[in-house]
Design a protein around this ligand. Structure first.
Ligand SMILES: [Zn+2]
Ligand SMILES: [Zn+2]
Length: 273
């Protein structure tokens, strides 16, 4: 099966460890056909420059774009290297988001929500003090806003807060109270012809499933969802490509017979065998 990893982070992300070149070599060693370099850019934090806890996006993303283009040239014929970005919370700051989209000529934009308005990153939340229900409701509301944003290709890790909720509380929350909110997100994606990401990073974490999981993939499919992308969210070269087959098995089980790879924001469908 042709494997493409559409979610990877290089050293140009504050929380990742390897160069684009090292990520590419790992991808080739794993037999991948393509990777997208999708370094972090958190829209509401762009304007804090070098003082930002994530580092300066004005410095990191143009560098990520240069590295991706350079690798694309270097590995031509061996690996397709797509130039991407993981754009966090575009709706919190439309002006800075427009600035971020001008950093380069991107093939692929992932949109994500890591931070809720007026709250700490999920990573820092103390789930014995905040209400999980309240957080999930706010999260899915903000994700619906993000899904309606026009300038992205695939919506990343739909159930992101569960990574941390399950890790801290040991419980995988029942998502049935949020079905209406999630259906709404799926309907927006389908109407706007955006893809849903199957993020396989959860397979290596206590939640032990893809983001979103199989029942939600089935729901997306039943509602008419046809476009999906798969990504590892690798933050090290060692994780590039790991778990993609499992993500694609879940997709197949949910009824998908293809997944998308984006070049110049255009989806190209790859059969799932
Ligand atoms: Zn993310
Ligand atoms: Zn990511």
């Amino acid at each position: 099966m042709i494997l493409c990893d559409l979610h990877t982070h290089s050293l140009n992300s504050f929380d990742a460890e390897n160069t684009v070149d090292e990520m590419c070599r790992a991808a080739i060693a794993r037999g991948l056909e393509a990777i997208a370099v999708t370094d972090h850019c958190e829209a509401p934090f762009i304007s804090c420059g070098e003082d930002c806890e994530f580092g300066s996006f004005d410095r990191q993303i143009p560098q990520s774009v240069r590295d991706a283009h350079q690798a694309a040239e270097k590995y031509k014929g061996k690996l397709r290297v797509l130039c991407g970005m993981e754009l966090g919370e575009p709706m919190h700051d439309p002006e800075q988001t427009a600035h971020a989209l001008g950093y380069g000529d991107f093939d692929f934009i992932l949109a994500s929500v890591h931070n809720l308005r007026g709250r700490d990153d999920f990573y820092f939340m103390d789930f014995s003090k905040v209400s999980v229900d309240e957080i999930l409701r706010e999260y899915f509301d903000e994700l619906a806003e993000t899904a309606a944003f026009p300038d992205f290709d695939s919506l990343a890790h739909l159930t992101y807060p569960l990574r941390y909720i399950v890790e801290r509380t040991g419980v995988y929350p029942d998502l049935s109270p949020y079905t209406g909110q999630i259906e709404n997100i799926f309907k927006i994606l389908i109407k706007n012809q955006k893809a849903l990401e199957i993020n396989v990073s959860g397979l290596f974490k206590p939640m032990n499933t893809t983001l979103p999981d199989l029942p939600l993939l089935r729901l997306y499919r039943e509602l008419g969802g046809r476009l999906i992308t798969v990504g590892t969210d690798a933050h090290t070269a060692a994780m590039v490509g790991r778990g993609l087959e499992d993500g694609l098995s879940a997709a197949r089980e949910a009824g998908f017979d293809s997944y998308a790879v984006y070049q110049s924001h255009t989806p190209h469908l790859i059969p799932i065998k």
